[in-house]
Design a protein around this ligand. Structure first.
Ligand SMILES: *[C@@H]1O[C@H](CO)[C@@H](O)[C@H](O)[C@H]1NC(C)=O
Ligand SMILES: *[C@@H]1O[C@H](CO)[C@@H](O)[C@H](O)[C@H]1NC(C)=O
Ligand SMILES: *[C@@H]1O[C@H](CO)[C@@H](O)[C@H](O)[C@H]1NC(C)=O
Ligand SMILES: *[C@@H]1O[C@H](CO)[C@@H](O)[C@H](O)[C@H]1NC(C)=O
Length: 500
């Protein structure tokens, strides 16, 4: 009887409080479990970008975890599919070659269809961007370039994906999107703070970007202040302003530069036959037809030009002479501003680290100098390469195809001239150049930056207080439930002591 009285009013209140706490703890636990399960259910989202360059097209498939698309550095490359056949700028000339290229597209698209779950096709954005090869064709024959783009749009919109657009992008866009790709992949735009939120990295620097394509080359880097002209672009990414200097040089891509160098050699041979080529290795002779050099917007056809004329060239290496020929395709004299790269183009001094990718990476690799190097070391390697006999080169570098290997003496010389005499990298700043083709397994190029920008995955603003991420949310809930459980246990103990 006495016991029952003791268990009276206070104990009942305590009991109710205890049950309440236990109930909350149970609910919260269920919520945490649900939340964890849910975040595993999101699956991947996909995006497709077709990069139609001057030598061929590549189809890139990117993926990222669902609902996290706007966080930094989470979009990665799933596959990169090379389209077999000719570049799109060569289409509409020979139906048979066109057929091969369409088949090439088809086979890449089929590969992608096998990767993306069918229910995601409709929501997967698809873009096509064409670069310098089409810019050149557009200059020469606007109608043909429009026809090619139109037939590509027709084909791409017949696919089950969410086709966005197919267009020729400008050199500046190409430079800018390359810069965005590099800095996005490196996580330079946003970083995680202590609370697992994404914030602007304080004092963090962006990295410059140098792309060497087949028909054009681009440089882009962040500068403190804007200069004169159209090469200074202002962008706002995640609420932060950047001024980016970017310039694209048409006809300075690797293949077009090669043609311009060969043209100088042919012109300089003053009809001597065979043509002695100071930029070809000893032991390498070749016959090319004139159209290989002159069927281009970047070279001037000589007088009495006949496309099928045979040009017999004999390798007679002389790296000094070759260096002079390479320099002669640049104009280092004209400059109307206080500082220029070349061809009268204003350029502020290069600052900070740079990623040099695409053609730059392959040239540096041929010299076994990918990653970082020394200017003198690079120069010496070029010289060494040019003085190596063809048969030795072939033994040393069996992974390089003949048609590339024969060009590498002058192409590496070209890269050296472009970077050192053109962009003005010196002994000190050369060390900041990183010759790389990918970052964290994702190919460096304009295509990722293009997709991120066009699908607004890099917003120009971020919320002042970024929303909690799933991980933080789950962590906080776990902490709360732990607290509640501990309190419940304490109340239970007090209850037992008080009541019995
Ligand atoms: C597609 O690209 C063209 C050329 O850049 C542009 O004029 C057009 O507005 C774009 N269309 C869409 C739907 O974005
Ligand atoms: C290349 O041509 C030169 C001059 O015609 C000749 O002496 C040499 O034997 C040739 N070399 C090869 C590998 O064909
Ligand atoms: C490369 O070395 C040669 C001498 O071997 C020199 O004349 C030239 O200026 C050097 N080039 C650069 C860019 O340093
Ligand atoms: C991410 O995107 C969503 C909408 O798509 C937006 O509400 C949110 O603010 C974005 N978060 C960040 C960090 O940009």
């Amino acid at each position: 009887m006495a016991l029952k009285k003791k268990v009276g009013y206070k104990c009942r209140v305590a009991g109710v409080v205890f049950l309440l706490l236990a109930g909350i703890a149970a609910l919260v636990t269920v919520a945490v479990i649900q939340n964890t399960l849910k975040s595993q259910e999101y699956g991947l989202e996909y995006g497709i970008v077709i990069d139609s360059g001057s030598s061929r097209s590549n189809v890139f498939l990117y993926d990222w975890p669902g609902e996290k698309e706007n966080e930094t550095g989470v979009v990665t490359e799933t596959i990169n599919c090379k389209v077999e056949g000719i570049a799109i700028s060569g289409m509409k000339v020979n139906p048979q070659l066109d057929a091969e290229t369409w088949k090439g597209f088809e086979s890449c698209i089929n590969k992608i269809k096998g990767i993306i779950p069918a229910e995601k096709y409709r929501t997967t954005p698809l873009f096509l961007g064409a670069t310098a090869g089409m810019r050149l064709l557009h200059q020469r024959d606007e109608q043909k370039s429009n026809e090619i783009m139109e037939s590509l749009r027709e084909y791409l919109s017949s696919l089950p994906f969410n086709f966005q657009n197919a267009s020729i992008i400008t050199g500046q866009e190409e430079g800018m999107y390359g810069w965005i790709t590099v800095n996005y992949l490196m996580g330079n735009f946003l970083e995680k703070n202590l609370w697992n939120n994404y914030v602007h990295p304080h004092g963090s620097k962006t990295v410059g970007s140098m792309d060497l394509g087949g028909a054009s080359t681009q440089i882009a880097f962040q500068v403190e202040e804007s200069g004169n002209g159209l090469d200074y672009l202002k962008v706002k990414l995640y609420g932060y302003h950047y001024t980016v200097y970017t310039h694209s040089f048409l006809c300075y891509g690797k293949n077009e530069a090669d043609k311009r160098i060969l043209d100088k050699i042919v012109q300089g041979s003053s009809n001597q036959y065979p043509i002695r080529n100071p930029c070809y290795p000893k032991g390498y002779n070749t016959t090319m037809v004139a159209s290989e050099i002159y069927d281009s917007e970047c070279t001037n056809k000589p007088k009495n030009y006949s496309p099928n004329q045979n040009l017999f060239m004999v390798g007679d290496p002389d790296s000094r002479k070759c260096g002079e020929i390479v320099k002669s395709i640049f104009d280092f004299k004209t400059c109307s501003s206080s500082q220029c790269s070349f061809d009268g183009v204003e350029q502020p001094p290069v600052t900070g680290d740079f990623k040099a990718y695409a053609g730059f990476f392959y040239l540096a690799s041929a010299l076994l100098l990918n990653g970082t190097s020394d200017l003198d070391q690079f120069n010496a390697s070029v010289e060494n390469f040019c003085n190596t006999h063809w048969t030795v080169l072939k033994e040393q570098k069996p992974w390089i195809k003949d048609k590339h290997l024969r060009t590498y003496c002058y192409s590496t010389q070209y890269a050296l001239t472009l970077l050192a005499d053109g962009y003005k990298f010196d002994k000190e700043t050369w060390k900041n150049i990183h010759f790389e083709k990918s970052i964290k397994g994702t190919h460096i190029g304009w295509s990722l930056g293009y997709m991120l920008s066009l699908s607004n995955m890099i917003p120009s603003e971020v919320k002042e207080i970024p929303p909690l991420t799933n991980a933080v949310f789950a962590g906080l809930i776990f902490l709360f439930s732990a607290l509640i459980i501990v309190t419940a246990v304490l109340v239970f103990i007090i209850l037992v002591r008080m009541c019995y």
